[in-house]
Every structure is written in C-alpha cells, then in structure tokens.
Ligand binder design. Structure first.
Ligand code: APR
Length: 247
C-alpha cells in the first residue's frame, strides 16, 4: 500500500477524525508561510505581532506589525486550493469530523468547510479593546492608511485585529479544539511545523497521529505515519483512495 492508500484506510476506519492545518496548506494559494525558507518570519520580526507591542507601542505595531498581516491579506483574489477543497469534501461526506486551523486566512470556510475551529482567530475581523465593539479588518486598515495610527474606536479605545498575537491567551476556540481532538481516534496534521504552543500540544492528545508536511517536524517520531509531500497533492491522492474504499 502506498501512503495515500494507508492514510485513506486509516480515515475510513476511524470513527472520529480531526484535522489540524497550518500555513503550509495555504502556500499553494499563494500565501507565504512563516518558517519555510523565505517565510514571513525571515522578513519580519515576530515580536512585531505581539500583544506586548500592541499594548506598549501601538504606533509601531500598526506601522510595522500590520504589514505581516497584510502579507496574508494582500494576496490578490486569494482562493482556496485543492487541499482546502478535499478537506471540505471529506467533511461533507462524513469522513472527517472537525477541521482545526492555525490559519487566519478563512480559506477552509471559503472552500465549503463548516464550523472550522480557527484557534488563532480570523483576519476579517477586529474589535475595540475597551468597549469590545466589533469592526471589520478592512475598516482598521483604512484608518491606518488615512494616517490614523493607532486606529481608535468611536469610544476612544484602541482597535485590534481579531487574531491571536504572541503572548495572547487562546480563547474558547482552543478549548473546543482540545475537546474535539481528545474525542478523535485520528488526528491528521497538514502543513504545520508544529513549532508554536499551545496548538502543538494537540498532537499529544490524539490516540493516533498522521503528519503530512513538506519538511520534517518535531512531532514526526510520535506519528504512526509521516508523509513529506505537498499538501494539495497528498490530499488529492488520499481523496481518490477514500472514494475507492467507499465504493
Ligand atoms: N505542502 C505541505 N507542507 C507545506 C507546504 C505545502 N505546499 N508549504 C509549506 N509547508 C510546510 C513547511 O514545510 C512548514 O513546515 O508547512 C509548514 C508551515 O510551518 P509554519 O510556517 O511554521 O506555519 P504554522 O505551523 O502554521 O505556524 C503556526 O505560528 O507564527 C505563528 O500564528 C502563526 O499560525 C502561525 C503559527
């Protein structure tokens, strides 16, 4: 059996399958990841996207940190790729039950996935840190473009994007992800270096771990199967094998 056949067999034999994705599933849509050669953390200092920077130096956060988020948001008419569509279809067909993502690009939902757990938030929204009033991310970036740095709420409070910054506590989405993985017989990780806590604690909670990633990760030794392959290609082959088994 080849890798695709082995993973397809595991998926079809597992009662509950959760999937955890990272930036690697969106690179084939043109969005750079963070830690590959040429990734965002080779161009920008990660501390620019920290809660500490936002709190203590909001001008710097909005002058330089926002550029990182705009790199993700700026990809012109970015579209889901075949990896996103395969996961959405496997979810629709009841073969996978929960999609957890570290990505803030919204591409799983755009591909038709439902109830995606976005543990690092999503880039289309923002809110006021004082009164909690919600704003769109585009409203925040337009204030910045008008030179209103830092962007403020009508109440005078500081506006921030609704994404998890370094140093932020992870909210209820992460708690839900923990519960879902604990209930799963299989966790399939796709396109993540698994270098960032606490999300990289999820693989420890799964009874069986499969990793599909272009490069090795720190968790490869804990996985029952590791496939160093492009996400789109691997997921398409797995989907074809799942259809064969389902016949
Ligand atoms: N197919 C398969 N794997 C890929 C592909 C691809 N097309 N492109 C990149 N990869 C792999 C890379 O080899 C890398 O190991 O995806 C992984 C992406 O790792 P990171 O860039 O570290 O992204 P991620 O794991 O999602 O980072 C987690 O870190 O900076 C924070 O909040 C940010 O959510 C992000 C978190």
């Amino acid at each position: 059996m080849n890798m695709a056949e082995k993973i397809a067999k595991m998926i079809t034999e597992s009662k509950k399958v959760s999937v955890l994705t990272g930036a690697g599933i969106s690179t084939e849509s043109g969005i750079p990841d963070f830690r590959s050669p040429g990734g965002l953390w080779q161009k920008f200092d990660p501390s620019l996207l920290s809660a500490d920077m936002l709190q203590n130096d909001p001008k710097n956060f909005y002058r330089r940190g926002l550029q990182v988020l705009e790199q993700i948001n700026a990809v012109k008419d970015v579209k889901p790729n075949k990896g996103h569509y395969v996961l959405a279809n496997l979810q629709k067909e009841g073969k996978i039950h929960c999609i957890i993502t570290q990505n803030v690009d919204g591409l799983h939902t755009k591909a038709g996935a439902r109830d995606v757990i976005e543990v690092h938030g999503s880039l289309d929204k923002g809110f006021c840190v004082v009164c909690g009033k919600k704003y769109s991310f585009s409203h925040i970036t337009s204030l910045v473009k008008e030179g209103k740095i830092p962007p403020l709420c009508s109440c005078g409070g500081l506006l921030r994007p609704d994404v998890v910054l370094f140093g932020d506590m992870l909210g209820p989405h992460y708690a839900r992800a923990i519960a879902e993985v604990r209930k799963s017989n299989l966790l399939m990780v796709v396109g993540s270096s698994l270098e960032v806590a606490p999300v990289n604690h999820l693989p420890d909670l799964s009874s069986k771990l499969v990793i599909i990633n272009r490069e090795p990760t720190l968790f490869d030794r804990d996985a029952v199967l590791v496939w160093h392959q492009q996400a789109g290609k691997a997921l398409s082959q797995i989907y074809d094998q799942v259809q064969k088994i389902a016949k």
